[in-house]
Design a protein around this ligand. Structure first.
Ligand code: ZN
Length: 325
């Protein structure tokens, strides 16, 4: 009886594992908000910003992510920009990553005209384009800040036409996950020097990324009739990922993913799917396609309540909020 139960258990375990191995899983990883999600102080300090950048890229390099990183040129202090940005971007390119435009100022289309948005996009191309062209590359990737693509049909269409006219390729996101929220709480824990809390936030982050994948894998296969499409993972360049990205990377490898360049992921036919979604919401393209197909959206898991609360709290109240029962 025990043996039979064991064999049944084993068979069930094999069945559970099989879908993972049967799928050809691919992911393109992207890092937004370059040069780094950090304080203005660091963004104005050449020594600290270079060190932060070098450490992040040194962490990524041995993992061979084939990633693409999206730049907000305006985040670097104006006085330092012309000398510092070329050096920062060179580190990323030397690390084997591609670069894209994420607008100059991380502009919010909901609060601006489409014309102002396109002007901000153009202003954000100066150093990134030069850095790419200096080594025979071309600036063509674009990632919408907040994943906002225009909340009215008119703005949406003006943006889309403006991007096409400039020969940009939009970089959609399928695996959206709120890593920025964990990173904000992590930065506050760094400010107050609470190492125990930093570890708890990191563990919660890795667990959350697992539940997000558990959700998006079958959800994405519903759009394609059972096949998991090549995914595009959105992450941000910040201190949380400096420490925890290797664990996220290992999580994907353990689930059978191959890391591919963005252009290879976007060659998947799903990225030709019509998208008629126009709302004031920055959401996964999987949701946009689901809605376009006339099916109801099911939302991905939210971060734990204590992370959501800690994200809203100032650093001075962080410990009280994070340790609340
Ligand atoms: Zn961003």
């Amino acid at each position: 009886m025990i043996l039979r139960a064991l064999i049944c258990g084993l068979a069930a375990a094999v069945l559970l594992v099989q879908p993972a191995t049967a799928q050809d899983r691919r992911v393109a990883v992207t890092f937004d908000d370059l040069p780094f999600q950090t304080t203005d102080e660091v963004l104005c300090d050449p020594t600290r910003l270079m060190k932060t950048t070098e450490d992040f890229v040194a962490m990524l390099k041995p993992l061979d992510t084939k990633g693409t990183a999206f730049v907000n040129e305006g985040k670097v202090c104006e006085v330092e920009r012309s000398s510092l940005l070329p050096r920062v971007l060179k580190v990323w390119l030397d690390g084997g990553l591609d670069l894209g435009n994420h607008t100059f100022s991380h502009i919010n289309i909901h609060r601006n005209t489409a014309e102002a948005y396109l002007a901000d996009l153009d202003a954000g191309a100066t150093y990134t384009r030069a850095a790419l062209e200096a080594r025979g590359g071309r600036l063509h990737w674009f990632r919408h800040p907040y994943l906002f693509t225009g909340e009215t049909q008119e703005k949406h269409d003006v943006l889309a036409a403006g991007l096409a006219e400039r020969a940009y390729t939009v970089a959609p996101v399928t695996i959206d996950n709120n890593d920025w929220m964990f990173a904000d709480v992590y930065r506050k824990a760094e400010q107050i020097g609470d190492e125990g809390l930093k570890t708890r936030i990191g563990a919660a982050y890795v667990a959350h990324m697992t539940t997000v994948l558990d959700f998006f894998e079958p959800y994405s296969a519903e759009i394609t009739g059972g096949r998991e499409p090549a995914q595009v993972l959105l992450l941000h360049a910040n201190s949380l990922n400096q420490t925890y990205y290797p664990q996220i990377h290992a999580l994907y490898l353990a689930r059978g993913y191959r890391f591919v360049p963005l252009e290879e992921a976007l060659a998947d036919p799903i990225y030709q799917h019509p998208d008629t979604y126009v709302r004031a919401a920055g959401i996964s393209w999987l949701h946009r396609w689901t809605r376009t197909d006339g099916r109801p959206i099911r939302w991905e898991p939210e971060p734990p309540a204590w992370i959501v609360a800690a994200n809203k709290a100032p650093a001075s109240e962080l410990q009280g909020v994070a340790n609340a029962p």
